[in-house]
Design a protein around this ligand. Sequence first.
Ligand code: FES
Ligand code: FES
Length: 140
Amino acid sequence: NQIKRFYDQKVVDHFENPRNVGALDKKKQSVGSGIVGALACGDVMRLDVDIDDEGVIKQAVFKTFGCGSAIASSSLATELIKGKSVDEAMGVTNTEIANELSLPPVKLHCSMLAQDAIRAAICNWKEKNPNHVCVCGPEI
Ligand code: FES
Ligand code: FES
């Protein structure tokens, strides 16, 4: 159909079968939560991570109120960061997400939203766990 001709199969797959949809208990100290929005379109993305004592992301879940590309981007983002260290996850870029999903140029800001959400969630966790030594450089 039309959609499948315009969008890469991977976007359609993540949109139709989003991975890791949900929210975590923000009261837990090991949980970091980030909510970000795109001014251009009004879409909003929430991404939560649960991080262990070693600084490894054990769980990553999301809820996105937005377009299909934003849903696919956040779904892929949770898959990409699960099992990664905080610092590795901080390095995941929107370019990586956009390339993996072959997003068209008008949809690049959707992957930017996912990058922002990852960083917002991790930095929220950092605020709650100031004893963690961050080696990923200055606060982004
Ligand atoms: Fe704005 Fe996709 S159109 S996040
Ligand atoms: Fe936020 Fe390193 S974890 S800057």
